[in-house]
Design a protein around this ligand. Structure first.
Ligand code: AR6
Length: 185
């Protein structure tokens, strides 16, 4: 499903983040930026060992921050690595999760990246409840796009399972966004 937000489009799809042809894909990373399980494992496997070689030079990444590398063998030209919070039930969780989206989108602007795909950061190994995470993600992305119209032009959420897909669709619908045209997904 596609929504329009200012001059941008937000897409919510089911799929695999490693297969996306957006200019950048976002990695749900750990603070070492090391290959792990979930999204990070899949991205490192698909990109090849050069990705870990570049990540090693970056000196890790704090929770809520983001760093960029090349995409190597991925269809995407860039990987933006962001470290979500481990869910604790405190108000800090939502602030840090929103920062992941905001800082990733700021990197897109700095690098003139016009399209980016996000996974559901923190909702796997880091234990963030899906519906809460979807609300935080939708709000952070929509606020960014309203403040920076068309930068980037396309934000795609790539959800692995039906539950995650439904949670993100609901979160965007609850923000009252208009549906966009139907090309693409
Ligand atoms: N494409 C899209 N979504 C996926 C994919 C995929 N290929 N694989 C899993 N998901 P997670 P986190 C979904 O655990 O919670 C790693 O070990 C998954 O179903 O990847 O931020 C890192 O190294 C879930 O909804 O990220 C870190 O140590 C969501 O993506 C830690 O896990 C995020 O799951 C990060 O944990």
């Amino acid at each position: 499903m596609r929504f329009s937000v200012a001059q941008a489009v937000v897409e919510v799809i089911r799929g695999d983040i490693t297969k996306q042809d957006t200019e950048a894909v976002v990695n749900a990373a750990n603070r070492r930026l090391a290959p792990g399980g979930g999204v990070a494992g899949a991205i490192h496997r698909a990109a090849g060992p050069e990705l870990w070689e570049e990540c090693k030079q970056l000196g890790g990444c704090e929770t809520g921050e983001a760093k960029i590398t090349k995409g190597y063998r991925l269809p995407a030209k860039y990987v933006i690595h962001t470290v979500g919070p481990v869910y604790s039930g405190s108000p800090q969780d939502a602030r840090l999760l929103a920062s992941c989206y905001q800082n990733s989108l700021r990197i897109c602007a700095d690098h003139h990246i016009r399209s980016v795909s996000f996974p559901a950061i923190s909702t796997g190994a880091f234990g963030y409840p899906l519906r809460e995470a979807a609300r935080v993600a939708a709000r952070a992305v929509v606020d960014h796009l309203r403040q920076h119209p068309g930068s980037p032009e396309l934000v795609r959420f790539v959800l692995f399972g039906e539950d995650a897909y439904q949670a993100f669709l609901t979160a965007f619908k609850q923000l009252g966004l208009s549906p966009a045209g139907n090309s693409g997904g």
